[in-house]
Ligand binder design. Structure first.
Ligand SMILES: NC(=O)c1ccc[n+]([C@@H]2O[C@H](COP(=O)([O-])OP(=O)(O)OC[C@H]3O[C@@H](n4cnc5c(N)ncnc54)[C@H](OP(=O)(O)O)[C@@H]3O)[C@@H](O)[C@H]2O)c1
Length: 241
């Protein structure tokens, strides 16, 4: 199994969930931009689940030589990389912030996903699970750089799923609303609209097992986004969302 963004609590909860369900992997490849931070989790997997893992540095801010991973074979890829960055008011004209949001959520990520997708295509089996966001469904004034990068990611995943269908590779797009993780630490989130990392992992695991194409982490977000998508633009542009 391959994990991108291994320090995400959602990624770690998903790994725990899948191991608790009894699935075994020769190696779990823990890709991370913070190698030291993941060591404790890697040790935990070894002690609790007797699960061998390998920590691999992945910084999406820098160009990557994918061929260094030619030795890795896996039928499952879970991607939780993401970067929220500054919202519009503080961050719209901050070049570094804008570059980082685009790079981590979209531009840096697509070539790496493509690389592993191609391996699965060759093997004619596998599942790719990627966390996108409801933010990608309609640009809102509060975070539309992040939202536009996630919109690009969602469109990419839709096309990839379509392309890989006849090659027996499945792609699951996860659309979280709010989740209580380090990304949202300190934000005043409505508890009724917010999932815990383990709740998210359970929903994603069920969607993975039932081969869903896309899933909202909390079902209520499906209805919220249905409304948001359908507000006429002449009204939408006046709203403070
Ligand atoms: N929390 C929410 O409310 C929410 C809502 C909608 C969508 N999402 C999406 O859900 C996913 C998981 O997010 P989360 O809430 O668990 O937030 P998070 O804890 O911030 O996780 C995102 C992970 O991305 C990885 N990352 C950051 N910068 C990177 C870089 N330069 N190169 C490679 N990896 C990098 C980090 O993992 P490493 O340290 O291991 O590299 C980080 O743990 C993300 O795609 C996020 O956009 C979250």
């Amino acid at each position: 199994m391959i994990v991108f963004g291994s320090n995400s609590e959602v990624a770690q909860s998903f790994v725990e969930k899948i191991l608790t369900e009894g699935e075994k992997f020769e190696t779990i490849y823990l890709f991370t931009s913070s190698v030291e931070a993941i060591e404790k989790f890697a040790k935990h997997l070894e002690v609790k689940y007797l699960q061998h893992s390998e920590v691999i540095a992945l910084d999406l801010m820098h160009p990557l030589d994918n061929s260094q991973w030619d030795y890795i074979q896996s039928n499952l890829l879970f991607c939780a990389t993401g970067y929220l960055g500054l919202g519009t008011e503080e961050g719209l004209y901050n070049e570094k912030n804008v570059q980082k949001i685009i790079q981590i959520n979209y531009a840096g990520l697509i070539p790496v996903l493509n690389y592993f997708a191609q391996k699965m295509e060759r093997n004619r089996q596998g599942t790719i699970i990627v966390l996108s966001s409801v933010a990608g469904e309609r640009g809102r004034q509060s975070n539309f750089i992040y939202g536009s990068a996630k919109a690009g990611l969602t469109a990419y995943l839709s096309g990839l799923r379509n392309y890989l269908f006849s090659k027996k590779v499945h792609v699951l797009t996860v659309k979280p609303g709010f989740m209580a993780t380090k990304m949202t630490d300190g934000m005043p989130l409505n508890p009724a609209l917010t999932a815990s990392p383990m709740q998210a992992a359970q929903v994603i695991y069920r969607a993975y097992k039932s081969k869903k194409n896309q899933v909202y982490v909390l079902p209520i977000w499906r209805w919220i986004m249905l409304v948001i998508r359908n507000i006429p633009e002449f009204i939408f542009k006046k709203l403070k969302l």
